[in-house]
Design a protein around this ligand. Structure first.
Ligand SMILES: [Zn+2]
Length: 99
């Protein structure tokens, strides 16, 4: 699978694969909850990755997360999303993608 590591939907990727996940895989660990799980479950593939959209979804903690960070369009200002801000992901997506 070809993974675009420079831009998605016209948005320049700042830090590609910010959670150091398995690039191109559709399933794997969750950057949000896997490290907090019991040792036998820490490698459980509880999350789905969508590399085309740059989004991941975890079926264990029921969260969405960004696979990358992006540079803000038309600006040198960088866009970071803090781990504790994932609950605001929908608002963030609206702001970034206008969806
Ligand atoms: Zn999770």
């Amino acid at each position: 699978m070809q993974v675009n590591n420079t831009e998605i939907n016209g948005f320049l990727i700042d830090q590609f694969n910010q959670h150091n996940l398995d690039v191109g895989k559709t399933q794997g660990i969750c950057p949000l909850c896997s490290s907090d799980r019991q040792p036998k479950n820490q490698k459980a593939k509880c999350a789905s990755y969508d590399w085309e959209r740059g989004l991941g979804t975890c079926h264990h903690c029921d969260s969405s997360f960004q696979l990358h960070t992006y540079q803000r369009k038309g600006s040198s200002e960088k866009t970071y999303i803090r781990p504790d801000a994932f609950k605001d992901l929908r608002r963030y997506l609206f702001w970034v993608y206008n969806v």
